[in-house]
Design a protein around this ligand. Sequence first.
Ligand SMILES: [Cu+2]
Length: 126
Amino acid sequence: MKIKYVLIAIVAVIAVLVIFELALTQQKKTEQVLPPVKYEKPVITAQIRQVSIKNFAFVPSDMKVKKGDIVIWTNEDSAPHQIVGADFKSDIIKEGFTFSSTFNKVGKFDYSCFIHPSMKGTITVE
Ligand SMILES: [Cu+2]
């Protein structure tokens, strides 16, 4: 009888050791050692450009920006506006809220207000 329990105990210990070893092997497989990279100070040239929306107009209505710049429109009217361009569209912008878009392509981008189509603007990306 005692031998049976000793055998069960030995088998249990072996099983635990095997599971432990498997877990360790699994952990080693997922460990990825990456080489260190020499530090280089990032050069950030992008600028934030501001367009106001006031008195149902974009101010300035024509803006030249550089590739990578971020344009932020701020609604200073009590009326809501919604900016729609070929590549970008805002949600409805309430008074005091902003919308931003990053311009990564060179070109001329016309936009207007979806609610008030007579409100027009252009972002020229150089
Ligand atoms: Cu509008």
